[in-house]
Structures are given as C-alpha cells and as structure tokens.
Design a binder for this molecule. Structure first.
Ligand code: MG
Ligand code: MG
Length: 273
C-alpha cells in the first residue's frame, strides 16, 4: 500500500500552527490548574473548552469520529482516549489530559500528565520518565535525519533509566499534524529497523510517548474510546506538536518553543522565520 503523502507546511502555515499552539498552552494550563481531589473530568473539559472559545479557536477533538468532548482525560489504568464525564478525581490519581486547538484551519495537539494531590513516587517517576522521553524524542527531531530517529531516541532513553523498567506502548503512536490533526507519517515511540521518511523542513510532528508501569498490552472499553492497560497497571502520556523548518525546530505547544528543556539535550530551538 502506498504511504499517505506528508504535508509540508510553509513558514506562514507553521506560524499559524504556533498560534493554535499558544491557545492550546493556555487551555491546558487552565485544565491542569483546575485538577484537584473532588473535581470531575467533565468539569476539566468545561474549563478547557472555555479557553478555546474565549480565544476564538475551535476544538479538533470535539466531534472527531463522534468524540463528545474537547479533551481526553485518561485516569490511572486508562491509557488514552478517556472520555470526560462524572468520574471524580481522588488523591493520588494520575490523569493525562490530551487536547487540541484549531486556528484558521491549522491544528495543534498536546498532552500533559498530572498527579492529583500527593503522588506515589512510582507514579511520579512514570510521569517524569515519560516527559523526559518526549523531550529526547523532540531533540532527535532536531538532531536526527529520519523520523525513525525519534522513536529510537525515546526507546534508548527509557531503557537507560535505572530502576524498575517501564514499558513503551506500541499500539498508539505520534503523527504528522497540519491542516488535519492526524496526518502522515506515523511517529513510533520505539526503535525498529524502519528508519521512516527523512526529517525535512515543513514537517510538523506530534511526538507523544505513552509509558506504563506494567505490560504494554491494551484493550478498548465498551464505550469504544477508552483504552486501558490489560493488566490494570498505571499509564501516562506526554505530547507536544513540533515544527521543523529550515533554521531548526520550534515546539509549537511549549511557551518557550522548547528552549529550557532542550538546552540540556544540546538543542537550541529557533522561532519559525
Ligand atoms: Mg493528543
Ligand atoms: Mg496526537
């Protein structure tokens, strides 16, 4: 089967994606800020949706294959695509909030993980390692030659972490992003023999490792959306949308373009010209 074509963006298009990224940063900030014991995931969705509306942006999640909310809220053993609803967050829950925004037809997509109240140190470690793995993947988008270098960097970093090994999910992967949320190419979070397409200016990629404390097998619940780990072990996701342009990379969904987190990895992000 032919690979779907990659959409290479102009600088102007990527600058509009940055606008969608800045709205998304604000909306995720508000949702993350609202997380506390006793709040429902539906309330977090409302907080997020209000920021999008205020900014005049639209949601790329709402209505996506019928998805009923503007964010995915995946709690504890839920891996991805959790639907906001009446679930009440409690002390020690680990929740991944994944959202997106559209400005003038151009998309952003980003996810953060928060632990409610006092964290189990193993959950904190899961979140920290997943976030660091994402940054290693992003650095590889700047330093590497092929899309496959991103997954290799994520994989190498996760296997280098001392202590109890964490699993990298293989069922869900990152993706190209642009005038649609999900585009070619797939961005795997693990090392394979396929190096994938060449990293080129105009490519925008959502880099989103998902890690688990147990086995990497998943199943989808009867709501046809919520994905959980089969063994019930806790799971975590972090995600950023990243633009590759002729002068370097810029993390569209990080306030500083990724500068502070990429410096220790030897990468200086450059704003889109
Ligand atoms: Mg996402
Ligand atoms: Mg995504």
């Amino acid at each position: 089967m032919a690979q779907p074509r990659i959409q290479y963006k102009t600088n102007a298009q990527m600058r509009t994606m940055r606008e969608a990224g800045l709205v998304l940063i604000k909306a995720l900030d508000a949702a993350v800020e609202a997380v506390r014991p006793g709040i429902t995931t539906a309330e977090l969705d409302k907080v997020f949706a209000a920021v999008l509306a205020e900014a005049g942006a639209t949601s790329n999640f709402l209505g996506y294959y019928g998805f009923p909310a503007t964010i995915c809220t995946s709690v504890n053993e839920e891996v991805v695509h959790g639907i906001p609803g009446s679930r009440v967050l409690g002390e020690g829950d680990i929740i991944s909030i994944d959202g997106g925004a559209v400005v003038n037809g151009w998309h952003s997509d980003s996810a953060r993980t928060v632990i409610v109240g006092a964290a189990d140190p193993e959950d904190q470690r899961l979140s920290d390692v997943t976030e660091n793995a994402m940054w290693h993947g992003i650095a590889a988008a700047a330093k590497g030659r092929f899309v496959g270098d991103i997954g290799a960097a994520v994989d190498d970093y996760v296997s280098s972490v001392p202590g109890k090994p964490l699993g990298i999910l293989e069922d869900y992967v990152g993706h190209g992003i642009g005038s649609e949320m999900h585009q070619a190419p797939d961005v795997l979070n693990y090392r394979t023999s396929h190096r994938g397409p060449k990293l080129k200016p105009g490519m925008c990629l959502a880099i989103e490792p998902m890690l688990v404390r147990g086995g990497i097998e998943t199943k989808t619940l009867e709501d046809d959306w919520t994905v959980v780990t089969t063994d019930g072990a806790r799971s975590c996701q972090w995600e950023h949308s990243v633009a590759i342009h002729e002068k370097g990379i810029w993390v569209l969904t990080a306030p500083d373009g990724g500068a502070s987190r990429l410096a220790p990895l030897g990468v200086t992000p450059v704003p889109i010209p």
